[in-house]
Design a protein around this ligand. Structure first.
Ligand code: ZN
Length: 95
């Protein structure tokens, strides 16, 4: 188990799993929510990159491609990267 601090955002490697948390806000009804995703970076057999999203253990479509409001089923959803999962270490004050 390797731990690289600060270089884990876009390493360009395949086969790894990251956890990212996004905040969503519906532009239509004002509903807001937050969801943590488990994102697996894989490859198709021909080498094309494949990114698979899981939420609560279930495979879901990419929330960045087609976000849907739970409340009104609208697709005018604003997405904000929460970032609290992967940047927790970098945010620690150093002395
Ligand atoms: Zn809505």
């Amino acid at each position: 188990m390797k731990h690289d601090s600060g270089m884990d955002t876009n390493a360009g490697t395949t086969g790894n799993t990251v956890h990212e948390s996004y905040s969503f806000a519906c532009m239509k009804c004002g509903h807001g929510w937050e969801q943590e995703y488990e994102i697996k970076h894989r490859e198709y057999a021909d080498g094309r990159p494949l990114v698979v999203y899981y939420a609560n253990g279930e495979r879901v479509p990419s929330p960045l491609t087609r976000p849907t409001c739970d409340y009104c089923d609208g697709h005018a959803v604003r997405i904000m990267r929460s970032g609290r999962v992967s940047t927790a270490t970098a945010a620690l004050p150093h002395h």
